[in-house]
Design a protein around this ligand. Sequence first.
Ligand SMILES: CC(C)(COP(=O)(O)OP(=O)(O)OC[C@H]1O[C@@H](n2cnc3c(N)ncnc32)[C@H](O)[C@@H]1OP(=O)(O)O)[C@@H](O)C(=O)NCCC(=O)NCCS
Length: 162
Amino acid sequence: MTETNPQITIRQAKIFDVPAISRIESYTSNTPWSADAITHDVMSNDKAYIVVAVCGDETVGYADMWVVAGEAQLNNIAIDEGWRGHHFGEALLSHMIERAIELGCDVMELEVRRSNETAISLYHKAGFQDIAVRRGYYRDNREDAILMNKDLNAIEADYETR
Ligand SMILES: CC(C)(COP(=O)(O)OP(=O)(O)OC[C@H]1O[C@@H](n2cnc3c(N)ncnc32)[C@H](O)[C@@H]1OP(=O)(O)O)[C@@H](O)C(=O)NCCC(=O)NCCS
């Protein structure tokens, strides 16, 4: 599935995208996924759906989710630092939600650090709700995680009535 907005193209990641994804991961995460873990999702994890956002020759972001038993777990979404604030994160998130619906998911779930106000704002804007707090969830600094979810059936029903 490839999708284009005026500035970026969102397409499924290939093996040659792994170095760019690893680079973005290393800049944006305190506990970055290894290149091996990313390669596994790109190449051989049939539960994984992983995309890159490309602007010209540059990979500006990526997103990764796992689909299991009708639930989509959004593992990460990241935009490279110099490219933030152009609604690329929002475009990536919309893409993942649409793909999860196409794959028959009822719900999308994610965890986010309590201090990550930018991501929390993005998720709230996209209609995610706070479900629970996982105390001390992150191993690097024992920070709490906010568990959020979004009911995808409500969106399907909305599409059907249009
Ligand atoms: C979270 C992230 C993906 C957002 O990407 P982005 O392309 O910069 O965000 P967008 O331009 O699409 O903004 C969409 C919404 O996010 C929120 N947002 C974006 N930047 C923000 C900021 N600096 N402060 C507060 N909220 C912000 C706003 O709600 C914004 O909507 P608005 O512009 O109508 O106010 C990006 O900041 C990032 O990669 N962060 C590091 C990785 C990360 O934390 N990922 C989430 C892991 S759970």
